[in-house]
Design a protein around this ligand. Sequence first.
Ligand code: FES
Length: 120
Amino acid sequence: MPTVTIQPSGEEIYLAPGETVLAGLYKAGFAYTVGCRRGGCGICKIDVTDGDFTYNRPVAESVVSEEERTDGTCLSCRAVPESDITIEMRDGSLRLINPLLRQINDSARARALASSTAKE
Ligand code: FES
């Protein structure tokens, strides 16, 4: 279960395997400025400062340049973490719009951790 740590707050979000960063943040009650949600506009770019991710679909170079692919730029609507990652939002628009969803996210993580511990 990959973890997304949001800096500078240090908030941790838990994603289901294969889930995009955008989907995970919204599922955990957060919202921020996005556009097409399909990898076509680039509005959802964030910076990944630690960890690895891949794209669940091809992303055009006109949206994410070769230089951006190596500097930590991440198209959050298409990015799927391959490990725990740390992110920074670019425009400060991230806001918690549904605290209840965050609590549900925390509970889901606790259940997943308990389940994995029981299997060991
Ligand atoms: S929202 Fe358009 S590329 Fe992500």
